[in-house]
Design a protein around this ligand. Structure first.
Ligand SMILES: Nc1ncnc2c1ncn2[C@@H]1O[C@H](COP(=O)(O)OP(=O)(O)OP(=O)(O)O)[C@@H](O)[C@H]1O
Length: 305
């Protein structure tokens, strides 16, 4: 088998005036947890839809477990688990009926795994799926996907709207399953705590373009926080190379900076800072910085017509 579970080359998706994916190229190693992050509208769900063959790209190609995503066979689909925020399940079926249906469908079905996950959620076998709460539906979606023993598990915002306890149960079930049976997981989330707990590799997308793909510790090593005291006359440093984000807090300028190293302190002094201090960053802050730079809220306002 290839070392890569997913291989994407020059993938583009356009909806009318919006370029959701823009010549995206990316290779995701097998056996790792890949966290895909990006601001709202970065193209994450579009990417998932193309990879799973639910949508056709305008250009480029994607292979998933070695197969062209436009031609996924039922056998190949059986090797891929998918959980998304909607947890769309047939509401008219009972939980035990749905489980039996899935058990028949998947050759590598694992009852013990299903039971292990579902016991974390208050789900009655005779209950109608449509009557389950959002968290319970998330639980059953995950239990079904994991019991399928997939080689590749794709999760698109799976914990959206869950309470803190349901979220924890979901994450623990996922991590436990991944420990005993190392899968390739592609996990798309806006929840930094989940990213920090899970990710072996981080993929940062910005408006359909790949901005960063490497282990999280590499991002933390390349992003630095600086605090500079300009004594009142704070210069506009937003256009300095590497500056991702600036905030003024009680007269001190806080900066998040990419790939500038210790020399950035000299530059701040040259610009007039009396005191500068560098600090390590958390993964959450580093990602926040990366997403801030290209965020729509930082773009100049369109000129009035
Ligand atoms: N069916 C559609 N028709 C028109 N535009 C669309 C359609 N689907 C997505 N888009 C646009 O394409 C861009 C990418 O959307 P997508 O849902 O892939 O982003 P995302 O990263 O998953 O966003 P979020 O984090 O908000 O879920 C967005 O600007 C969105 O408005």
């Amino acid at each position: 088998m290839s070392d890569y579970a997913i291989h994407i080359e020059g993938l583009s998706v356009r909806y009318q005036r919006k370029q959701a994916l823009d010549k995206l190229s990316l290779a995701l190693e097998a056996g790792c947890v890949h966290a895909v992050v990006g601001a709202n509208g970065a193209g994450k769900s579009s990417l998932f839809r193309v990879l799973l063959g639910f949508q056709t790209a305008d250009a480029g190609s994607a292979t998933i477990l070695g197969c062209d995503s436009r031609a996924l066979t039922p056998a190949l689909r059986g090797r891929i688990g998918f959980v998304n925020e909607e947890h769309r399940l047939p509401g008219w079926m009972r939980v035990d009926e749905l489980t039996a249906l899935q058990r028949r469908q998947y050759q590598r079905w694992n009852d013990a795994r299903f039971d292990e996950v579902i016991r974390n959620f208050n789900v009655e076998p005779k209950q109608k799926v449509g009557s389950l709460s959002r968290g319970e539906r998330a639980g059953i979606s995950l239990a079904l996907a994991l019991a399928q023993s997939p080689e590749l598990l794709m999760l698109d915002e799976p914990t959206l709207g869950l309470d803190i306890v349901a979220k924890r149960a979901f994450m623990e079930s996922l991590m436990l399953a991944n420990l005993s049976e190392r899968m390739t997981i592609v996990y798309c989330s806006h929840q930094m705590d989940e990213i920090e707990r899970l990710a072996d590799k981080l993929v940062i997308m910005e408006r359909g373009v790949l901005r960063f793909a490497a282990p999280p510790h590499e991002l933390c090593a390349r992003v630095q926080m600086w605090v500079a005291d300009f004594g009142g006359a704070v210069p506009d440093v937003r256009e300095q190379p590497g500056v991702l984000r600036t905030t003024l807090i009680e007269g001190l300028l806080h900066l998040t900076v990419f790939d500038r190293g210790a020399a950035f302190g000299d530059e701040l002094r040259r610009l007039g800072a009396a005191n500068v201090q560098a600090m390590d960053t958390t993964l959450g802050n580093a990602i926040d910085g990366m997403l801030s730079r290209g965020h729509i809220s930082n773009q100049p306002l369109p000129k009035a017509a």
